[in-house]
Design a protein around this ligand. Structure first.
Ligand SMILES: [Zn+2]
Length: 295
C-alpha cells in the first residue's frame, strides 16, 4: 500500500485510540476533582468542629466563673450583715459592687459565646448535608470511571496493538512527523485537499481552508508516497479517492450516460434537462485537466 494509504489507516486507528483515552481521562479528571472537593469539605468540617468545641468550653468556663462570683456575693452579703464597723461595711459593699459588675460582664460573654456555638452547630449541620451530597456525586463518578475503564480497557488494548501494526508500515521519518502532527492537532493529523476550482487550479486544505498550491495537488495526484504538510495547519495532506485524476471514471461514465438520456428526453419534450451540480462540474473539469496534463 502507498504511504498515504498507510498514513490514513494509522490516522483512523490513532484517532480512535485518542478518543478512548480521552473518555477515560475525563472520567478520571472528574473523579479526582470530586475527591479533592470532598477533602476540602472534610477539612473545613474538622475546623468547624474544633471551633464548636472551643466555644462550648468557653461557655462552660463563663458559667463556672459566674457561679463562683454568685457564691462570693452571697458570702459577702452574710459578712455585710455581721460587719462590726463602718469601714468594714464599706469595704464589703465596694467588693460586692465590683463583683456584680463583673458578673454582668460574664453573663454577657456567656450569652455571646452560646450564640456563636449555636451558629457554628448550624453551619456544621449544613456542612454535613453538603458532604453527604458530594459523597453521592463522588461515588457516581467512581462507578463511572470503573465502568469506563472496563468498557474501554479491552478495546483500547486491541486498538493500541492495531495502531502499532499500522505504524510499523510507515517509514521512521514519516511516522515521527505523523506523531508530531497528531499531538499538535489532537489526533486530527490528516487533511483532505478540496478542489475549489479545478479550471482555475484552486485548491484548499479541507481542515483550515488555506490555499494549497497547484504543485502540491499535482504531486499528490501523481504520487501517493509523499507526505506533504499544509503550510498553515501542518496537517498531512491527501487527495480523496474520488479526486484522484482518472479514479472515478466508471461513476463519471454512468453519470454522463444519465445526463445524455435526460438531454435526449428533454429534446423529445418529456422533461427539462437536469442542472449539472458542482461535483459533476468538478469531475468534468478534472477529466479535462487530466487530458491537458498528459499532453
Ligand atoms: Zn491546513
Amino acid at each position: 500500500m502507498a504511504l498515504l494509504d498507510n498514513l490514513l489507516t494509522l490516522h483512523r486507528v490513532d484517532s480512535q485510540v485518542r478518543a478512548l483515552r480521552t473518555r477515560v481521562e475525563s472520567a478520571q479528571t472528574f473523579f479526582t476533582a470530586q475527591e479533592k472537593l470532598l477533602a476540602t469539605l472534610e477539612r473545613q468540617k474538622t475546623e468547624l468542629e474544633t471551633q464548636h468545641r472551643q466555644l462550648q468550653a468557653s461557655v462552660h468556663a463563663a458559667e463556672v466563673e459566674q457561679a463562683a462570683a454568685t457564691e462570693r456575693v452571697t458570702k459577702l452579703r452574710n459578712e455585710l450583715n455581721t460587719s462590726t464597723n463602718d469601714k468594714q461595711y464599706k469595704a464589703i459593699l465596694n467588693e460586692m459592687k465590683v463583683l456584680e459588675g463583673s458578673k454582668d460582664e460574664i453573663v454577657k460573654r456567656a450569652v455571646d459565646e452560646m450564640q456563636r456555638a449555636e451558629d457554628t452547630k448550624k453551619r456544621l449541620e449544613v456542612h454535613a448535608a453538603t458532604i453527604a451530597e458530594r459523597i453521592k456525586i463522588r461515588d457516581v463518578a467512581k462507578t463511572k470511571l470503573e465502568e469506563c475503564k472496563g468498557d474501554v480497557g479491552e478495546r483500547l488494548a486491541q486498538l493500541e496493538a492495531e495502531r502499532s501494526r499500522a505504524a510499523d508500515l510507515i517509514p521512521d521519518r514519516e511516522r515521527k512527523l505523523f506523531d508530531k502532527v497528531a499531538d499538535l492537532t489532537e489526533g486530527e493529523s490528516m487533511s483532505e485537499v478540496t478542489i475549489v476550482d479545478l479550471r482555475h487550479r484552486e485548491f484548499a486544505c479541507g481542515e483550515c481552508n488555506i490555499e494549497v498550491p497547484f504543485e502540491t495537488y499535482a504531486k499528490l495526484a501523481s504520487n501517493s508516497d509523499v507526505a506533504i504538510q499544509c503550510k498553515s495547519c501542518t496537517r498531512i495532506l491527501f487527495l480523496a479517492e474520488a479526486n484522484h485524476p482518472g479514479a472515478a471514471t466508471e461513476k463519471d461514465k454512468a453519470e454522463a450516460k444519465v445526463a445524455k438520456a435526460a438531454k435526449a428526453a428533454a429534446k423529445a419534450g418529456l422533461q427539462p434537462p437536469p442542472v449539472m451540480d458542482q461535483a459533476a462540474r468538478d469531475r468534468a473539469d478534472k477529466a479535462k485537466f487530466e487530458k491537458t496534463r498528459k499532453l
